[in-house]
Write a protein that binds this ligand. Structure first.
Ligand code: BG6
Length: 509
């Protein structure tokens, strides 16, 4: 009502209501891919199971396979049975599957897109999906131009007053700054910026969103969150798996383009940014962009970066092959499966504090964490002997798999002597909350259907991230084969040397 004063109590109540998607159709391109089977289809079911999808919901798969509607429904059923997070409920599945359709065709085929347009309109009529369509492009980016042109030609992308049309794109958003701009131009030509949702699934993780909660909802941490107290920051995303069946995607891309350009730089931005003026998408993105524009690479890229490629070794009791022996990888591949970078953030808060980022496949264990490592006390009144076990104080944000936060500090060992040793204080999600964390894709798909953009990076962030990475990639391109490291270890020696030169070492989570 114009001029009405907002009722604070009412908005309080609104926040507690579950966020439920309105009537809509999700059109999935790339339904036969790994991501659809392992993450997207199960996430859609989990949303339905949690009561967050409306009765007027449709799911349309588009692919080349000679499938009928029921074949796609069967595939989706199997994906759900195998990978869904929440228990299987026949009634939920039945309700969801009644809105499942499949369109067979090639991406360049006009007829197939006309059939798609007919299919979604039929869903509007049969299931009341309201003409609201989200197109999920779970496809290699080289296919984006064909799809978005087809969506435009068939009228499916037409923005209307009474219904929305959105597009969801998955990384990689290009392979360097130039290609990212080209890709964006293609999408931008058809969809207005507010209708483009770029998925960086790390932002959908509860523990990643908790970085902002921890920092900005508490008084405790912010005063120590700066160069006065922080010695350095380590951001680790370690995986124990190898490249698996993804050789075709991964080779030629490598660890830095695969996850540093997006997930790790997003983590850095959330850790280093200033408090946004609100939690609106624009306010958050603006703060993240300020950080990314302030990032500086080391002057000597050879000393301030490291990369490696996994060699044969042992993982979880199994003997595993090296990257070059993986199916589909050329014998002479120079793609890195491990990458580490030393960055600085040139702001008043962070000047001079190194941010060490590392990621790798076939490492010691699967763990993602952000560790703020604090300066040592300026004066140590306890004798060297009594404190020799003590490391630096640290605050560790445990992103996965053991979700939580750990504080490490020194404490007196019980006994007659004044001996001080490291202890930890832990917050663990599983112990503090009864509700399990939703999968990142549940949150992100729901946000797209609701039209809520804070967890989706905008193009500017993508471009700034490529600006950081491009010089590193150019430097590595001149260097030949990355240093081999044994599978099941913590990466190449050059990465350890990178920190050792500065009197530091990587954490062994
Ligand atoms: C993807 C990368 O973005 O993230 C994969 O392309 C990687 O290479 C995956 O395995 C890891 O995701 P998560 O959620 O398991 O840490």
């Amino acid at each position: 009502m114009p001029g009405a004063t907002p009722n604070p109590l009412r908005s309080e109540l609104d926040r507690r209501l579950p966020r439920i998607a309105g009537p809509s159709v999700l059109v999935l391109f790339g339904v036969t891919g790994d991501l659809a089977r392992k993450k997207l289809l199960p996430a859609i079911y989990d949303l339905a199971n949690r009561g967050l999808l409306p009765p007027g919901f449709g799911l349309v798969g588009f692919a080349r396979r000679e499938w009928e509607h029921q074949d796609f429904a069967k595939e989706a059923y199997e994906a759900v049975r195998e990978h869904a997070r929440t228990p299987f409920r026949e009634d939920v599945w039945r309700q969801l599957s009644e809105g499942v359709r499949f369109v067979q065709g090639e991406l360049h085929d006009d007829d197939a897109f006309d059939t798609l347009a007919d299919t979604v309109r039929e869903l509007d009529a049969d299931r009341g999906t309201g003409g609201n369509y989200a197109f999920y492009l779970s496809l290699p980016p080289k296919l984006f131009p064909t799809v978005v042109k087809q969506l435009k030609r068939s009228g499916l992308a037409d923005q209307r007053e009474d219904a929305w049309r959105r597009v969801i794109i998955e990384k990689p958003f290009g392979h360097d700054l130039e290609s990212a701009k080209e890709l964006n131009a293609v999408v931008d030509d058809v969809f207005p910026p507010q209708s483009v949702f770029r998925i960086d699934h790390y932002l959908g993780k509860e523990t990643v969103q908790n970085i902002m909660a921890l920092r900005f909802a508490n008084t405790l941490f912010e005063p120590m969150w700066n160069r006065d107290l922080v010695d350095h920051v380590q951001i680790t995303m370690a995986e124990d798996i190898g490249v698996g069946g993804r050789a075709g995607y991964y080779d030629g891309i490598g660890a830095a383009r695969d996850v540093i350009q997006n997930h790790l730089l997003q983590l850095l931005a959330l850790v280093a940014m200033e408090e946004p003026v609100s939690f609106s998408a624009d306010a958050i993105r603006t703060e993240k962009e300020k950080v990314l524009s302030a990032v500086r690479l080391p002057a000597d890229l050879a000393a301030g970066t490291a990369r490696g490629q996994y060699a044969p070794g042992w993982q979880g009791g199994d003997e595993v092959c090296g990257y070059l022996e993986e199916k589909g990888i050329p014998d002479d591949s120079v793609t890195e499966t491990y990458a580490a970078l030393r960055l600085e953030v040139n702001t008043r808060r962070w000047a001079g504090v190194p941010f060490y980022l590392r990621t790798g496949k076939r490492l010691g264990r699967r763990v993602t964490e952000v560790a703020l490592v604090f300066r040592r006390t300026p004066n140590q009144v306890f004798s060297q002997m009594d404190t020799e076990d003590m490391g630096q104080n640290a605050l560790v944000l445990r992103i996965q798999p053991d979700e939580g936060v750990t504080m490490r500090f020194g404490s007196k060992v019980p006994g007659a002597a004044m001996e001080v040793r490291d202890v930890t204080m832990d917050f663990t999600y599983g112990q503090s909350f009864t509700e399990a964390s939703p999968e990142a894709y549940e949150r992100l798909i729901l946000d797209v259907l609701i039209g809520d953009p804070p967890l989706f990076p905008r193009q500017q962030e993508v471009e700034l991230s490529w600006e950081i990475l491009d010089p590193v990639e150019e430097h590595w391109a001149k260097e030949g084969r990355p240093e081999p490291y044994e599978s099941g270890t913590w990466g190449p020696e050059s990465a350890d040397a990178m920190l050792a030169r500065e009197g530091r070492q990587w954490r062994r989570p």
